[in-house]
Design a binder for this molecule. Structure first.
Ligand code: FE
Ligand code: FE
Ligand code: ZN
Length: 301
């Protein structure tokens, strides 16, 4: 099982990410190269990167399973001004180069939101941008994330992801990241993951799935909300999520938790704690622990 979670990328960059992942008992992880909501980025530090790689080697983390996530501010679907669109494009190119410096092979991208235009127009803007961005000799592959379909998000259905890929010149240079919360919110029951994967295979090809985001959902199938819940504590539930974890067709694909931190509002402290160590343990043991959230609070207190 290749499993990890979202981790931070602090002062010591990739080294801090690896250390955090190891503290959760993970054998992979996902990070942002800076704050996801802004464009302030520090140069990649070679020494930290080398130390991180050494630590990964010592702990059997294969860097080919490590995932970067592009910042939310990138919206390739929005071409309401050439300036905005060009900014998204150049920022994504920069992020790809940062991944290449780090030796990270995959970057997850939200395809984009069609602001004030139709989804078809949004998809065309995404395709045009990606045809400009993706180069034959890129060492880091963009993974289009399947979205919940909140607002005007493009890429919530298998058909929309397929439409984007079909428009690309370098079709072999793109992959997909499926997100269980988003799939549920987009209108596909995770209980029917087999038929989802069959349809995905027909239109896109299962070999394109390079990452799975493992999240429960606070909402029912088809609600287009995109609010993640802790593993087994949402509307999808433990069993259906475990069917994704253990699915033979997704066996070698890295699984990443993006479940919410646990709040502790005792004594007006408003603290939050990462759930990942505990969720990973629960997943590995394959048995649901209804007291998990309380145990996490007790552990970090
Ligand atoms: Fe995402
Ligand atoms: Fe996700
Ligand atoms: Zn989400």
């Amino acid at each position: 099982m290749i499993i990890g979670s979202h981790v931070s990328f602090r002062e010591t960059q990739l080294l801090s990410s690896v250390k955090e992942a190891l503290s959760y008992g993970a054998n992979t992880f996902m990070f942002y190269t800076g704050a996801p909501q802004n464009t302030m980025r520090k140069d990649i530090n070679k020494e930290y990167t080398e130390e991180a790689k050494k630590l990964m080697l010592e702990n059997n983390i294969n860097i080919n399973n490590v995932i970067c996530h592009a910042p939310y501010i990138i919206n390739l679907a929005n071409r309401s001004s050439e300036e905005k669109w060009n900014f998204s494009i150049s920022f994504l190119i920069q992020e790809i180069h940062r991944c290449e410096e780090l030796g990270v092979k995959y970057i997850v991208l939200h395809p984009g939101s069609a602001v004030g235009i139709t989804k078809e127009e949004g998809i065309k803007n995404i395709v045009d941008a990606l045809n400009y961005i993706i180069k034959e000799d890129d060492e880091c592959m963009i993974l289009l994330e399947t979205m919940a379909g909140k607002g005007t998000e493009c890429g919530s259905s298998i058909e929309e992801i397929s439409a984007i890929i079909n428009g690309l010149i370098l079709k072999d240079k793109i992959g997909v990241c499926i997100d269980s919360c988003h799939i549920n919110d987009a209108g596909y029951d995770i209980g029917g993951i087999d038929s989802y994967l069959d349809e995905f295979d027909k239109l896109i090809g299962l070999e394109r799935i390079k990452c799975v985001h493992l999240n429960d959902s606070k909402n029912l199938v088809g609600t287009h909300k995109d609010r993640h819940a802790n593993f087994g504590f949402g509307e999808i539930g433990f069993e259906k999520l475990m069917n994704v974890v253990n699915h033979p067709k997704l066996k070698d694909v890295p699984k990443i938790l993006e479940t919410p931190y646990i709040g502790d509002f005792d004594e007006d402290k408003n603290r939050i704690y990462p759930p990942y160590k505990f969720e990973i343990e629960m997943i590995k043991s394959n048995s649901f622990n209804p007291n998990l959230l309380e145990e996490i609070r007790a552990y970090y207190k």
